[in-house]
Design a binder for this molecule. Structure first.
Ligand SMILES: [Zn+2]
Length: 505
C-alpha cells in the first residue's frame, strides 16, 4: 500500500529514535511555530465530539450527524475506532438514558473497522475486531457522509485498560502488566514489544489503510504509574514484567528494592484506609518509606517515561506516514486533581510530540470526581486529616478555590476551572500545539434517592464554552460522549459556539 514506508521500517524504530523523529518533525517547522503548523491541516474553529460505536448503530449515521452538525455545531467527529468496552445507558439506571439512543448492555470492545493483517505481523495481538455490531465498519459507514457535509473524521483510538479485552482478544493477557506478586493484570505494559507493535500497527492501519477517509487521529490511554495509582486509586503497583525490569536495570534501579518499597507503601495505605492508629503519623511514616526506598519514585518515573516515549513514538510514526494529518492526545481529568500526576503531565515536554491536546476539563462531573480524589488522599498520604481540613491547602497547591469539600459533589466545579486549566495549557505549549479543552456535557454523575451529584444544564455549557474561548482555547471537544448528552445541552453548545464564532469574524 505504501512503497516507502512499509511496516517493517516502522517496527524497527526504537522508542528513542522515534522520539528524535518526533522532535525532528517539530524542529523543521521552527523557527516560526506561531505561524501555525504549515503541513498540518488545522481546522479553524475546531469543534470535536466523541461518538461511541453503538450510537451510530442505534440511531443511524445520518440522524447522528444531523444532531451533531445542526444542534452541536460540530465539525470534527471523534469516532471510536477502538474501544476497551462500551456501555449503553439504561432507562432505570443511576445515570439516565438521555432523550435519544437506545438502552442496552455493555460489550467488550475492540476495533470497529477492518484492518489489513500486514500491519500486525510483528505482534501476537492480531485478532481484535469487534463484531458485536455485525462487523459495522465505522470508518466506511461514517467518514464519507461526514465529508459530504464538510465535516472531518478523526479516528479516536482509546486504549484504556479493559478486563473484557483479556477475554476477547487472543494473547491480550500475555502483554499485560505484572504486579508485586507476579500476577497478570488487565493493563497492558507499554514496555512490552508486542503491545507497542500492536499500537503502532493500529496507527498504520488507520492512516495507510484509509488514506482518504481518516483525517486525523486522537489517541488516548487513561493510565497512571504505580505511585499515582496507589495514592489516588489504590490500584496494585505494577509493572514488574521482564521488559520493565530490564529497562530498570539499564537505569541502575533495583527491581527488588522497588518491589519492597511498594509493598511497604501498600501496607501503610491499607492501614490508613482502615483507620488504624499510627504513632508517628501517616505523613511521617509515608516520608520515611520514601527515604528508605527512593526506588518507589524511580519506578514511577520509569513507568511514566515509558508511557510518554510510546506516545512520542506513535506521533513520530504517524507524522512519517501523513505529516499533514493532525495527531494529538487526550489527557485524563485526574491530572487536574492530582498534584503528583500533574507534575508528570508536563505540557512543556508534551508540546514536542503532539499537534493538539485535549485536556479533560469536565467541570460539572469534576465536582464529585475531585471530592472522591480528596477523600482518597485522606486515606493515603494525608490520612492524618479529614478532606475538609486540608481542602484549603489543596486549593492553594492546585489553583484557585472551588466549593467547600462537603458541597463539591453537588455544585460541581466552576467555569473558572475550565478557564484556569485552558489558560495554563495554552501558556505552556506556547503556540506549538493546539489546545482543545473537553467541555462537560452530561459527563455521568450519580443521582438517586440519596445522592444528587451535579448535573449539566444549558447554562453550564454556555459558561464553560465562554470560559474556554476567553482563556485562549484553539477549539473544543464536546465531552464526554454524544450518547450521554441531552439534546438541549448539545443545542446550547451549538448556539453558544455560533455566537462566539460570529463575534470573532
Ligand atoms: Zn512491564
Amino acid at each position: 500500500m505504501n512503497s516507502v514506508f512499509d511496516r517493517r521500517n516502522f517496527v524497527r524504530l526504537s522508542s528513542a529514535f522515534a522520539f528524535m523523529l518526533a522532535r525532528g518533525v517539530r524542529s523543521q517547522e521552527q523557527p516560526a511555530p506561531a505561524n501555525g503548523r504549515s503541513r498540518v491541516k488545522n481546522r479553524k474553529d475546531y469543534v470535536g465530539i466523541q461518538v461511541r460505536g453503538f450510537a451510530w448503530v442505534d440511531e443511524g449515521v445520518d440522524a447522528v450527524l444531523d444532531n451533531l452538525q445542526h444542534k452541536g455545531d460540530v465539525n470534527t467527529i471523534w469516532a471510536y475506532t477502538f474501544s476497551y468496552g462500551e456501555a449503553r445507558l439504561r432507562k432505570d439506571g443511576p445515570i439516565p438514558l438521555p432523550d435519544h439512543g437506545k438502552p442496552g448492555n455493555t460489550i467488550a470492545g475492540g476495533a470497529f473497522y477492518d484492518y489489513n493483517p500486514r500491519y500486525f505481523q510483528n505482534t501476537i495481538l492480531k485478532d481484535f475486531r469487534c463484531d458485536v455490531y455485525g462487523n459495522f465498519n465505522v470508518i466506511e459507514a461514517v467518514a464519507p457522509k461526514a465529508h459530504a457535509r464538510g465535516m472531518d473524521f478523526f479516528a479516536w483510538d482509546l486504549n484504556n485498560p479493559g478486563a473484557g479485552l483479556n477475554r476477547t482478544i487472543p494473547n491480550y493477557v500475555e502483554v499485560s502488566e505484572i504486579d508485586l506478586d507476579g500476577r497478570r493484570t488487565a493493563s497492558p505494559c507499554f514496555n512490552n514489544p508486542d503491545y507497542r507493535a500492536f499500537l503502532s500497527g493500529k496507527v498504520q492501519s488507520l492512516l495507510l489503510g484509509y488514506p482518504d477517509l481518516v483525517d486525523g487521529i486522537a489517541w488516548g490511554s487513561e493510565r497512571t504509574g504505580p505511585f499515582e495509582n496507589l495514592v489516588g486509586r489504590m490500584v496494585p503497583a505494577t509493572c514488574f514484567c521482564p521488559f520493565c525490569c530490564a529497562k530498570a536495570a539499564e537505569r541502575g534501579i533495583s527491581a527488588t528494592r522497588a518491589k519492597q518499597g511498594y509493598r511497604e507503601l501498600t501496607d501503610l495505605f491499607r492501614a490508613a484506609a482502615a483507620d488504624q492508629p499510627n504513632a508517628d503519623g501517616y505523613f511521617v511514616s509515608f516520608w520515611r518509606i520514601l527515604l528508605r526506598y527512593p526506588e518507589i519514585l524511580s519506578w514511577e518515573t520509569l513507568w511514566t517515561d515509558s508511557y510518554q516515549e510510546l506516545e512520542a513514538q506513535l506521533y513520530g510514526e504517524a507524522k512519517a506516514i501523513a505529516p499533514e494529518k493532525p495527531f494529538g492526545f487526550h489527557i485524563m481529568q485526574s491530572f487536574t486533581f492530582s498534584p503528583f500526576y500533574r507534575a508528570e503531565e508536563d505540557y512543556v515536554k508534551r508540546r514536542d510530540f503532539a499537534d493538539f491536546l485535549k485536556p479533560a476539563t469536565y467541570n460539572n462531573a469534576g465536582g464529585p470526581r475531585m471530592a472522591a480524589y480528596l477523600n482518597r488522599l485522606s486515606k493515603t498520604i494525608f490520612a492524618d486529616a479529614k478532606p475538609a481540613e486540608f481542602t484549603d491547602l489543596y486549593y492553594k497547591i492546585m489553583g484557585d478555590p472551588e466549593a467547600p469539600y462537603d458541597q463539591l459533589a453537588t455544585t460541581g466545579l466552576s467555569a473558572d476551572y475550565v478557564a484556569r486549566e485552558t489558560k495554563r495549557a495554552v501558556e505552556e505549549v506556547a503556540g506549538r500545539v493546539k489546545i482543545y479543552p473537553g467541555i462537560d456535557i452530561d459527563v455521568p454523575t450519580l443521582t438517586n434517592a440519596k445522592v444528587h451529584e451535579k448535573r449539566t444544564s444549558p447554562e453550564d455549557v454556555r459558561k464553560a464554552l465562554h470560559a474556554a474561548y476567553d482563556a485562549g482555547a484553539d477549539g473544543v471537544v464536546l465531552s464526554r460522549e454524544y450518547a450521554e448528552m441531552w439534546l438541549a445541552n448539545l443545542a446550547a453548545a451549538g448556539d453558544t459556539l455560533r455566537e462566539i464564532f460570529a463575534q470573532r469574524s
